[in-house]
Design a protein around this ligand. Structure first.
Ligand SMILES: Cc1cc2nc3c(=O)[nH]c(=O)nc-3n(C[C@H](O)[C@H](O)[C@H](O)COP(=O)(O)OP(=O)(O)OC[C@H]3O[C@@H](n4cnc5c(N)ncnc54)[C@H](O)[C@@H]3O)c2cc1C
Length: 442
């Protein structure tokens, strides 16, 4: 079957890889000159299955309310005259009840755990260097109330089989001596030894080149403008995708099936087809610093709970990422927010890095209110979704790619997850968790 994948971030590239392995003739379209040049470019780099909790929880509304108008707040909602933003916000509030939070955690952990296993299998098979570190993730807290509250979600994670171990400040510093400088601030921590980190850009571009070697065709510098439909009712399908190619000409590309993997930009392309995805761009920032003193820089991937920052060592660099701003599709860098990241990193590891030469970057997380992505079918028989991975696209990427390749091939994926437009079915040998159906429909 000829399949066109729209988007070559981690999600589109992983989809193309597994579709090719399933025997399909695959092309990938992206407006950028290469793979992984938008949200999958410079993120926090954590494969954080055991910390894969949704942002929508009972404390979130107050956190957002308190941060209103604070330029350097980790979570900043800038109200706009934009229906999608308000509708998304209302849906987000609905996902903050304890019942919905537990439901969403189960969904996310199921696909994230499957994804980590899939990622490990891919790197063994392909053999690639992407600054991968398998030393776990250490989440440290500087506020007693937040730490106490975290114990409940850690317990839910443990029930789901995620080994999340609470720790004292002393134990945390013993595990990561680079934290000694701020020992006095830490009130507690938890450690998940099976989590990992690695450079998403290096991984995705390496996977794209391996896919190219296997015959996947990447058409870069090509912008998707619309999907052309035919038929109606149960026989409605996608006939072709219209693009503006690298030479600036309109082109119509035909295929038997289409996979939408354009992150936040999936929304405007699908809306004219009557598919209203609840995805809003959550702008996040990262800063990458050259490491000057390796022994003073962390080598365990970290989460600084108070500042909502994640820190991952990538070879000779330290990547620090986080914060979220709800402000439309702009990727403009806000100097106050950049400075806040550097200020905090310098406070944590004063002599570890060159803080005078940071590389700042911003990307748009394709956020659903529940943090649960859309993976599955649509009302068009040959249009499939793999989008809306929000803050966890790297963690869920390889598994989502493998799952969509199964769905396109007419198989049920190996993981129990509430796939969009599909009924839940347990498989032999599947990663199995008791979940209720996802409310998403498309
Ligand atoms: C600051 C920050 C930190 C993060 N940290 C982590 C982390 O530690 N761990 C984790 O798991 N996740 C993390 N994430 C989330 C993760 O980066 C995303 O979920 C993931 O990159 C999304 O991948 P994607 O392929 O869906 O989107 P993208 O990477 O954005 O890919 C979409 C592709 O579609 C293309 N495209 C868009 N519109 C068009 C068009 N009209 N025509 C053609 N092509 C188009 C784009 O060029 C792009 O290449 C973080 C995100 C941010 C912003």
């Amino acid at each position: 079957m000829k399949v066109i994948v729209l988007g070559s971030g981690i999600i589109g590239t992983a989809s193309a890889w597994f579709l090719n392995k399933a025997g399909h003739d695959v092309s990938v379209i992206d407006r950028q000159p290469g793979a992984a040049l938008e949200t999958s470019f410079a993120n926090g780099c954590q494969i954080s299955v055991s910390h894969a909790t949704p942002w929508a929880n009972k404390t979130a509304p107050m956190t957002i309310f308190k941060s209103l108008g604070k330029e350097d707040a980790p979570l900043l909602y800038r109200f706009r005259a934009e229906w999608l933003q308000w509708k998304w916000g209302m849906n987000f509030l609905r996902e903050c009840t304890p019942t919905r939070t537990v439901h969403n955690i189960r969904q996310i952990v199921a696909i994230a755990e499957y994804s980590r296993q899939t990622l490990q299998a891919v790197r063994t098979e392909v053999g690639m260097d992407y600054d991968c570190l398998t030393r776990g993730i250490l989440h440290f807290y500087t506020n007693q109330k937040d730490f106490d509250e975290s114990l409940a979600s850690a317990a839910v994670m443990r029930e789901l089989g995620c080994p999340r171990t609470p720790m004292s400040a002393e134990e945390a510093v013993k595990l990561e001596p680079a934290l000694a400088q701020i020992r006095g601030q830490i009130v507690g921590a938890d450690f998940t030894e099976t989590d990992e980190s690695g450079d998403i850009y290096k991984f995705t571009t390496a996977l794209a080149s391996k896919a190219q070697e296997r015959g996947v065709h990447f058409q870069f510098n090509t912008t998707v403008t619309r999907l052309i439909t035919e038929g109606s009712g149960s026989s409605a399908r996608i006939n072709a995708v219209e693009v503006i190619n690298a030479q600036g000409f309109h082109q119509t590309l035909h295929a038997d099936a289409f996979v939408m993997a354009m992150g936040s930009f999936s929304v405007p392309i699908l809306k004219p087809l009557g598919i209203d995805l609840m995805i809003y761009p959550g702008k996040g920032y990262s800063a990458t610093y050259p490491i000057l003193n390796p022994e003073l820089a962390p080598s365990v991937s970290l989460i600084d709970d108070g500042y909502k920052l994640v820190l991952s060592r990538l070879g000779s660099k330290l990547r620090v990422a986080g914060t979220c701003e709800f402000n439309g599709y702009t990727r403009e860098l806000n100097a106050t927010r950049c400075a806040a990241i550097t200020r905090r990193t310098r406070e944590l590891f004063p002599d570890a890095c060159d803080y005078e030469h940071p590389d700042y970057w911003a990307g748009l997380r394709p956020l659903t209110p529940s943090n649960v992505p859309y993976i599955g079918k649509t009302k068009f028989s040959n249009l499939f979704l793999n989008t809306g991975h929000g803050s966890l696209g790297w963690t869920m990427g390889c598994g989502s790619g493998r799952a969509i390749a199964d769905i396109v091939s007419g198989l049920h994926p190996e993981v129990d997850f509430a796939f969009t437009g599909m009924t839940l079915r347990k498989n032999k040998g599947a990663i199995s968790m008791p979940i209720s159906p996802n409310k998403h429909t498309a």
